[in-house]
Write a protein that binds this ligand. Sequence first.
Ligand code: NDP
Length: 478
Amino acid sequence: MNNWEYAESVESTSIVNIEKKYGIFIDGKFQTANSKKFIKTVSPSTEELLSSVTVGNKNDINDAVESAKEGLKIWTKFSGTERAKYLFKLARLIQERSREFAVLESIDGGKPIKESRDFDLPQVAANFFYFAGWADKLELSWNTKGLKPYGIVGQIIPWNFPLLMLSWKVAPALATGNVVILKPAESTPLTALLFAELCQEVGLPPGVFNLVTGDGTTGAALVQHPDISKIAFTGSTAVGKYIQNETAERDIGLTLELGGKAANIVFNDAAIDQAVEGVVNGIFFNQGHVCCAGSRLVLQEDIHDEFVSKLEKRMQSLRLGNPLDKNTDIGAINSKDQLDKISKLVNEGIEEGGSIFQTECELPQNGFWFKPTLFTNAQPSYRIAREEIFGPVLTTLTFRTPEEAIEISNNTEYGLSAGIWTEKGSKILWVADRLQAGVIWANTFNKFDPSSPFGGYKESGFGREGGRHGLLSYLKVQ
Ligand code: NDP
């Protein structure tokens, strides 16, 4: 099928300024770290070197903790109203500089500009506004009254929504009176570094927000520091388990937001064209680098052929390419490692007997890319149907009865999200009641709001982010 002719519309990068080298942000300023080790952050769409970023070591974490202790002394003296002023200022500055942040996010992470501009950044600002609004109401609220902040919170975030994950973690932590040491992912540190500049601009007291860039060793040093009172982690189940083990003998707060393998269930009475759109959004949004991605299409058997044919046609219209082109639907895979992981799992899916469909798009010469991919004829036992691929790969399974749909959907070690497509409201409620998933969307997918709690069951982790539940994750009984 020929795509429509179109003219490129590439967002200018002149708005962003990337330093050649970055230090770490503690005591309210950028500093040269103790560590002399650097990692290179590259653009995944061009493989061009963007910057060198410090790999913080134990001494840097120690310094960040000392800075956070000083910050905590000031921050705890502030009333909720005072804390809210800083958070509102941050929210407004994020809005003012949202184009800059969006371009930087797309350069560093490879996501399409229309997603970083229209999804990530509005959500980031909304999170700061939402939690700013809570800061002065904690004493008035029946379910937060009498609870106290943890103190120094260590936060470790992944590369799929770098600034959005920062906002999910930093905004509620500061609103509730905690101070923060953040460790961003090694492949996407740039928007967190720009956020540190905003903290300076709003005059956030030194030590309230600290940023130590680095790799897994930096994250581990943060987890192991005895003066950290709470760890909030988003990332892989394997690292989540390591953190849970590491902190098991300490009196420490812990929330883990881990992987997923969500079922997107389509019944034969669903509005098919709408469901196709929802399924496409569910798996191809952000190249499938989404913990709650609808990566298993659980399809009622009698609509299988019609649905798959419409889905393949729609997939063929997805534009893959330059993340900064406003027409792009599918950007770059975040890193070479992630591309290798996706390729390996897809090859195993073919070997196991799955039928593969990939769109006919051309892949750019440089960078890391993977074609939108659909597997049919798969068995629930295949790795592609069980493991989180974290890429633009959808696996189809079929069912005959609602009971079977539920059994297939719950047949996973994960339990983060799910989708239900049917025109019957009663069926939605009946199915939702039986699904083991933290978030369930009905006749839509990937809808987020700062007031809505998000989190998992089983190996998808525990604790909630967002809403009042998200506030409670940063407060403890004294
Ligand atoms: P990781 O869990 O390895 O990384 C998440 C964060 O933890 C990063 O900041 C990482 O640092 C840090 N980290 C790594 N090792 C340790 C450690 N021992 N102690 C403390 N912190 C650590 O995920 P990956 O980025 O490697 O992705 C691997 C897989 O995880 C993906 O394929 C996907 O399946 C899943 N994933 C799930 C996400 C979700 O939202 N649920 C998000 C991202 C990934 P660094 O980046 O420097 O390694």
